[in-house]
Design a protein around this ligand. Structure first.
Ligand SMILES: Cc1cc2nc3c(=O)[nH]c(=O)nc-3n(C[C@H](O)[C@H](O)[C@H](O)COP(=O)(O)OP(=O)(O)OC[C@H]3O[C@@H](n4cnc5c(N)ncnc54)[C@H](O)[C@@H]3O)c2cc1C
Length: 280
């Protein structure tokens, strides 16, 4: 199917894009990997598209104690760039889709799209990132946890653009993103973002966030609580893995039933924590 007729605007700057967006029935176009199929299926029918995909001012990685990542930074740029203290981001980017998708798709597009099976939402939730949202009337910052509202739904207002994502360094943490897929290049059946800090075997901080198991990223708070300030051992790992899988509400669909996803969650967390225990 072809998209309905649509106006196309290519701004020279972010300011220009914000001027155009104000008060119009317009949607932002970044890499086009998710929005173009939705336009073709006529799930979305905006009057205008505002193409920010080539705005250089939105494509950057500024490292520091707090790293800033521009919204139109391509998956391929994150996949080829190790940010010290945030190695998890490189690992995640390299697992998004296939080469074509990584060449075109942007980190901001993925976050704003808020697909419940996408990779970055769970990762940036685990990293407790701050989303910087800009409109003509100003700028505001929203916690990743607050940003995601439900399937394909965020706290972005119609005239706002995600400008950048700010993430505090997690130097000294074990961090990883594990993704279970049926076929190479697929969206996650279940994905796990984990960051954990150990001191002499004791858990000093831990963030556990899943994708594919709820309407938005699922932060396994009960499992985190069970691990905090405890010695990381087999019995704690079992307890935390059971708590994480029991607390979720995974969907059933053609890729897997709810109970299957729950079991995948449990094993994924258990195996990942055991790997860290053996390596520490
Ligand atoms: C074949 C295929 C396989 C894929 N596999 C995976 C996968 O394994 N894992 C995964 O996570 N994703 C996957 N994706 C999705 C991919 O990561 C997309 O790149 C991403 O979801 C959207 O990024 P985009 O830049 O293409 O955004 P677009 O498609 O341009 O936009 C997506 C949505 O976000 C809005 N938007 C974009 N940028 C901004 C901004 N800065 N501010 C405000 N709103 C904005 C748009 O208006 C639109 O609603 C896949 C896609 C395809 C086509």
């Amino acid at each position: 199917m072809y998209p309905a007729q649509i106006g196309y605007y290519k701004p020279d700057s972010l300011g220009d894009a914000l001027d155009f967006l104000e008060g119009k029935d317009a949607k932002v176009l970044a890499g086009g990997m998710s929005i173009i199929p939705m336009l073709k299926l006529r799930i979305l029918r905006p009057k205008y598209l505002v193409d920010i995909g080539d705005l250089k001012e939105l494509s950057f990685i500024k490292e520091g104690e707090v790293t800033a990542i521009g919204a139109t930074t391509r998956h391929r740029d994150l996949a080829s760039h190790k940010i010290p203290g945030l190695e998890l981001i490189q690992e995640t980017a390299s697992k998004v889709g296939d080469v074509q998708v990584r060449n075109m798709g942007t980190v901001g597009g993925s976050l704003c799209n808020a697909d419940p099976s996408a990779d970055y939402p769970a990762v940036f939730t685990a990293l407790e990132a701050r989303m910087v949202l800009r409109s003509r009337s100003g700028v505001r910052e929203v916690d990743a946890n607050e940003f995601f509202k439900g399937p394909f739904s965020t706290s972005l207002k119609q005239d706002e653009v995600l400008e950048q994502i700010k993430v505090r360094s997690l130097k000294g943490y074990y961090q990883t993103y594990k993704k279970i897929v049926r076929r190479a290049g697929d969206y996650a059946l279940v994905g796990l973002a984990l960051a954990i800090k150990l001191d002499s075997g004791i858990v000093k901080d831990v963030r556990i966030s899943f994708t594919g198991v709820d309407e938005k990223p699922y932060r396994a708070r009960e499992a985190e609580k069970a691990l905090m300030d405890s010695k990381l051992d087999e019995s704690k790992i079992s307890e935390a893995s059971n708590l994480a899988s029991r607390g979720a509400n995974p969907p059933s669909d053609s890729r897997g039933s709810s109970s299957y996803r729950r079991e995948v969650m449990r094993r994924l967390l258990k195996n990942t924590l055991e790997g860290i225990l053996n390596a520490s």
